[in-house]
Design a protein around this ligand. Structure first.
Ligand SMILES: Cc1cc2nc3c(=O)[nH]c(=O)nc-3n(C[C@H](O)[C@H](O)[C@H](O)COP(=O)(O)O)c2cc1C
Length: 372
């Protein structure tokens, strides 16, 4: 059977399946439940030093569903929006939880998702305290789209490359374990903030966080959703529907930074989804909304499906196929040229006088005739 283990930035994951930051990793018992089921790593719900500044609202989720018969309730959901903030639990409770998780699962990967206001002392304190409590790695949340920008946190940092570089630099001064920076997709070119994060010294990139969105308007009340006291605010879009956008952004990152690690996120729910992100260059893949909809047990069929894909192609390890699809991206102009040559070749192949050695000369002559 294929070996699903992978070593990323010096950390060994038993498999590439990681719980993405959010409700599925919101305390020690949920994180332990994930490890019980076989997840290779967990990124905890984002923590900050001062939970009293975090004020969540309800409802804070909205869903888009397919109208297809025979689908179970949650299978029909393909788009999900949230206006949830980072964890509202106390930082001290979180540090106790990290210790509990590492006591029970010393060989699983616990990644601390952290976020702070743009102050060096705060970022360095949170980094030092999380690693003392046992975090194996960090994911810097520079990308949450709602709520926190008011405090110049999350996406408000991630959209400014100079701030990204500075914050990453502060963390790297004190971090003793690998650090990934989590990117917002709400930018024109994701490689710009990623370059800034690398300039700040991080080891790898996680992508993507949620896409800023307006889920819809209730046609009875005429209020946008999710409606809180009659109002809403744009939220973060996730689930299956974002997968193509996530794949495109991961592709751009993999092409721009060969050799650097990527944790792929966005609409992943199956082993075949994971295989596509790995083919695009990812080392690990993260699942957040999928776990909220289908439960922690989904990792078992994901492992089986990824293994079956690898066996089918004779891949023995993740590295055997990681990034394999990247070389097949090109420009539209090049696609048109390849198609022109293919058509000419087909025509020439039908021609009994075709001389393979003179193919280019003949195809150019033929193309000149057909286009003139
Ligand atoms: C309800 C909810 C809460 C989330 N909270 C966080 C968070 O605290 N920190 C963070 O970095 N990302 C957070 N995310 C974003 C996810 O980690 C992930 O980047 C995004 O949802 C795309 O992946 P998915 O389609 O697998 O959910 C949250 C997502 C959801 C749906």
């Amino acid at each position: 059977m294929a070996d699903l283990s992978i070593t990323v930035d010096g950390i060994k994951f038993p498999n590439p399946f990681v719980i993405g930051s959010g409700p599925p990793g919101s305390n020690a018992s949920t994180i332990n439940r994930a490890f019980d089921q076989g997840w290779g790593g967990v990124v905890c719900k984002t923590v900050a030093l001062e939970c009293e500044k975090v004020h969540n609202v309800a409802p804070r989720y909205a869903r888009l569903k397919m109208e297809a018969e025979g689908l179970k309730k949650n299978q029909a959901i393909y788009g999900f929006q949230n206006i949830e903030l980072i964890s509202d639990r106390s930082f001290d409770d979180w540090m106790d939880d990290f210790k509990k998780v590492k006591d029970k699962y010393p060989d699983r990967v616990l990644i601390a998702s952290i976020m702070e206001e743009p102050r060096k002392e705060a970022w360095q304190e949170i980094t030092e305290r999380c690693q003392e409590a046992g975090a194996d790695a960090f994911e810097l949340n520079l990308s949450c789209p709602h709520g926190l920008p008011e405090r110049r946190m999350g996406m408000a940092m991630g959209q400014h490359p100079d701030v990204v570089k500075e914050v990453c630099g502060w963390v790297m001064e004190v971090a003793k374990v690998p650090v990934w920076a989590k990117m917002t997709p709400n930018v024109t070119d994701i490689t710009v903030p990623a370059q800034a994060a690398y300039d700040g010294g991080v080891d790898g990139i996680s992508a993507i966080n949620t896409i800023l969105s307006v889920m819809g308007v209730d046609l009875d009340t005429l209020r946008p959703m999710p409606t809180v006291e009659g109002y809403t605010t744009p939220g973060g879009y996730s689930c299956k529907a974002v997968r193509p956008i996530a794949l495109r952004m991961v592709m751009e990152l993999a092409q721009a930074f060969p050799g650097k690690s990527i944790s792929g996120i966005g609409g992943i729910e199956t082993g075949n989804d994971a295989a596509q992100f790995i083919l695009m260059g990812c080392n690990t893949v993260q699942v957040c909304t999928g776990v909220m909809l289908h439960g922690y047990k989904m990792v078992k069929p994901m492992i089986e499906e990824l293994s079956a894909f690898m066996d089918k192609h004779g891949f023995k390890s993740i590295e055997d196929f990681r990034g394999h699809a990247l070389e097949y991206f090109t420009t539209h102009a090049d696609l048109a040229e390849r198609q022109r040559i293919a058509k000419v070749k087909k025509t020439l192949e039908r021609d009994s006088d075709w001389d393979g050695e003179n193919f280019v000369k003949q195809s150019d002559a033929l193309a000149a005739n057909t286009t003139s």
